[in-house]
Design a protein around this ligand. Structure first.
Ligand SMILES: Nc1nc2c(ncn2[C@@H]2O[C@H](COP(=O)(O)OP(=O)(O)O)[C@@H](O)[C@H]2O)c(=O)[nH]1
Ligand SMILES: [Mg+2]
Length: 402
């Protein structure tokens, strides 16, 4: 079983420091450059990782730290990268595979950020359908680059409504068993299971979810936050800023089931150029596109894991708008919006749902065709599209022990 001792600096009132953990108070003998902190925030698609990464980056930069962000996806053209860069953070993306299968790219990305932004803290967001991060990322990083990085405990975020369903505590649409295998494995290897979006839960729901998670995943500590309202964030951030991942044996993973589970999720990324004769409401446009896609996917019985889109105006002015949908039975939400109409821009669309990629493609094409219908002076042109099922995960390294 995996050892859970991990505090590096004893925090008053918190768990005791592990006997194996190194003291932070003792200054390194002659270290010219202090190792950077490497923080990984995992969790299933739509759990709120990017929102939390952005809040964490903001929090750390306010306390004077230099931050480098690393995003990751099976495809290219990532909404997350566009969103984080729009907030001014130095961000490198690793497209075309998960961190574990593209370990060398992860190291290259960190080196590139080092040259440009010289970060004190790296914050990495792995692909939401990825698991086994401790054996394939944390331990190899520590083995090969232990002098460069101090690795924080692994946080795994959950969307509480999704988690209540997965744990069987509430009814509602779920993914197939093999997809749920990945979901549960993510929780099994977590040091901190972070219940995000606590603003969406009643007190009895929160109690039920907290005790359900504690009893099913006894090795993890359960924290409760809302990346949106800020509730609980400071305590969590303080822990990952100070403590080290503890080591111990990594978990067992059946890579056949893992691969089957990933392959059940269709993946589609595309860009769409939109322009109008006159200015148009970019927020409304995103809402219309998201609603139309949602109804098409519903009609195919395709459970949405995450639909996210950004719209960036060609003028480069006025920031970007961002919309998300994380379940079929929810409403698409604008988490960033325009204050003024725009004339032309580019939409990046990332869709992950349990369905064949061809179904996703048909839904996207027909939703784009619908866009122009109510507004004849608006043109929407599909620019570049990739749709696929992720291939079998083949980690570059897999260390069973720290
Ligand atoms: N209500 C609520 N929504 C949140 C919270 N954190 C994130 N979200 C929303 O959840 C959706 C998915 O968030 P994102 O950070 O992109 O998830 P990721 O796929 O895990 O990176 C977005 O619509 C976010 O605005 C939260 O604390 N409360
Ligand atoms: Mg994300």
């Amino acid at each position: 079983m995996k050892s859970r001792s991990k505090s590096s600096a004893p925090t008053p009132g918190k768990r005791k420091a592990s006997p194996r953990a190194k003291s932070k108070t003792k200054a390194p003998a002659k270290a010219a450059i202090a190792p950077a902190r490497y923080i990984m925030i995992g969790g299933f698609l739509g759990a709120g990782k990017t929102t939390a990464v952005s809040k964490l980056a903001q929090f750390m930069s306010t306390s004077g730290k230099r931050i480098g962000l690393i995003t990751n996806d099976q495809g290219s053209e990532l909404v997350d990268t566009a969103m984080l860069r729009s907030r001014g953070f130095a961000t490198e993306e690793i497209p075309g595979g998960c961190f574990c299968c593209r370990f060398n790219s992860l190291v290259d990305a960190a080196n590139k950020l080092k040259q440009d932004a010289r970060p004190d803290i790296f914050i990495a967001e792995p692909v939401g359908s990825c698991t086994d991060l401790v054996a394939t990322v944390t331990y190899p990083l520590r083995r090969m680059y232990g002098r460069d990085f101090r690795i924080a405990p692994l946080s795994v975020l959950v969307d509480p409504i999704r988690a209540l369903r997965v744990l069987g505590l509430e009814d509602g649409a779920k993914f197939s068993e093999k997809v749920l295998y990945i979901y549960r494995k993510q929780l099994e290897e977590a040091d901190f299971i972070v219940i995000n979006k606590s603003d969406l839960l009643s007190a009895p729901q929160l109690n039920a979810l907290t005790s359900g998670l504690k009893s099913q995943f006894p090795n993890a500590e359960v924290l409760v936050v809302s990346a949106r309202t800020g509730a609980g964030l400071e305590e969590w951030f303080a822990r990952i800023a100070q403590e080290d991942q503890g080591g111990g044996e990594s978990m067992q993973v059946d890579y056949e089931i893992y691969a089957d589970g990933e392959a059940l999720l269709g993946w589609l990324n595309c860009t769409i150029q939109v322009s109008g004769d006159k200015g148009f409401d970019g927020n409304k446009l995103l809402k219309k596109l998201a609603a139309s896609l949602q109804s098409q996917l519903k009609s195919h019985g395709a459970e949405v894991a995450h639909l996210k889109m950004t719209l960036s105006p060609d003028s480069g002015l006025g920031g970007i708008a961002v919309i998300n949908l994380v379940r079929n039975d929810f409403v698409p939400e604008l988490s960033q919006m325009f204050e003024e109409p725009i004339k032309a821009g580019e939409i990046i669309l990332n869709l992950r749902a349990e369905a064949a990629p061809e179904i996703l493609r048909a839904a996207v094409e027909s939703a784009i065709a619908d866009l122009g219908k109510g507004t004849p002076k608006l043109t929407a042109k599909l620019d570049h599209l990739e749709h696929f099922r992720p291939g079998k995960p083949q980690p570059t390294h897999r260390d069973l022990r720290a």
